[in-house]
Ligand binder design. Sequence first.
Ligand SMILES: *Cc1c(COP(=O)(O)O)cnc(C)c1O
Length: 400
Amino acid sequence: MASAARKIKSVPGRFGKYGGRYVPETLMAALEELEREYERARRDKKFRAEFESLLKNYAGRPTALFHARRMSKELGGAKIYLKREDLLHTGAHKINNCIGQALLAVRMGKKRIIAETGAGQHGVASATVCALFGLECVVYMGVEDMRRQELNVFRMRLLGAEVRGVESGSKTLKDAINEAMRDWVTNVRTTHYLLGSVLGAHPYPTMVRDFHSVIGHEARAQILKAEGKLPTVIIACVGGGSNAIGIFHEFIKDKRVKLIGVEAGGRGEKLGEHAARFRGGSPGVLQGTFSYVLQDAAGQIANTHSVSAGLDYPSIGPEHAALADSGRAEYVAASDAEALTALTRLAQTEGIIAALESAHAVAECIKRAPKMKKSDVLIVNISGRGDKDIGILRENLKIG
Ligand SMILES: *Cc1c(COP(=O)(O)O)cnc(C)c1O
């Protein structure tokens, strides 16, 4: 036991007992190279200046922190602010990470990018930065997802990317990740794997978090300027966990700021009906990292369901697993129905159509804000905009 504990400590990229690097031997060298190069880039003034310049001039940062007056008044409790990641180029926070990793790929002399995508949002953001930097781009996507997200498949192709359909398994995100890993093993010398969330083997969870930490960095300065104090509560939705850790990270040391992650409660409590890893999951290894995983008693990965494709993944970033175990962050779930109601309510009180993912965070805000004091400040991270969800919304909402 004692030696096992020592062993865990010596593994890089651990968050408590979570994280690590569970990959085939053939990928170890690539991950070590990436870790080394990232450590160098992180300290390099020129790299940082280039990253910041692109965030500003290409992606459209800083994003606004908007006081939602009507919603605050209607809910009758905390003063609500929205961090507007939905205003970014390509419509969500994902572009932050894609710019960072593309810059890193160029630095490493890699001319070919591979990426996985579920709903297509990360695929579109990856195809976008590859066009920007003149890099070859191959996106792996389950054929079931390709069918459901035709428009994003077209977008990626329009941006010059090749979309490769994956026929194995459930033909969705986790199968696309397996294919991308296979490609990486084969082409590791020329290729960078642009992973889309705070998942996978070290250094990805740390590196992707760092690229998104600009969200919390800005939010902190903005709320101090607007209110002269830190927020009482910050709420963000959690798929892999990148937008959430991006806004949380800057506040982790401020113990009085409550951090709340919202998972997809789907349409029921049974395994297979949701994607709430902290409700039905248990620690296990999936796709390179040790974290909470939705699995059956035999360790087979469970199917998941959510109305929002971006939250529909059977595992969660390892840093969230550690934050949950330590109690520093709290994780709750919002159902499909609650998210749809919250999305509609935000649209009709503030004129903002949020992504279905972000609507899960809004749903928790609607539950919590009325119980808070008027002097309390609550920030909701609006991770993306809802344009991509209009088809699903039309199927699910009876309007008019
Ligand atoms: C992809 C996506 C998410 C989920 O990913 P995280 O890594 O958990 O942030 C959330 N919101 C939007 C708008 C997305 O596109």
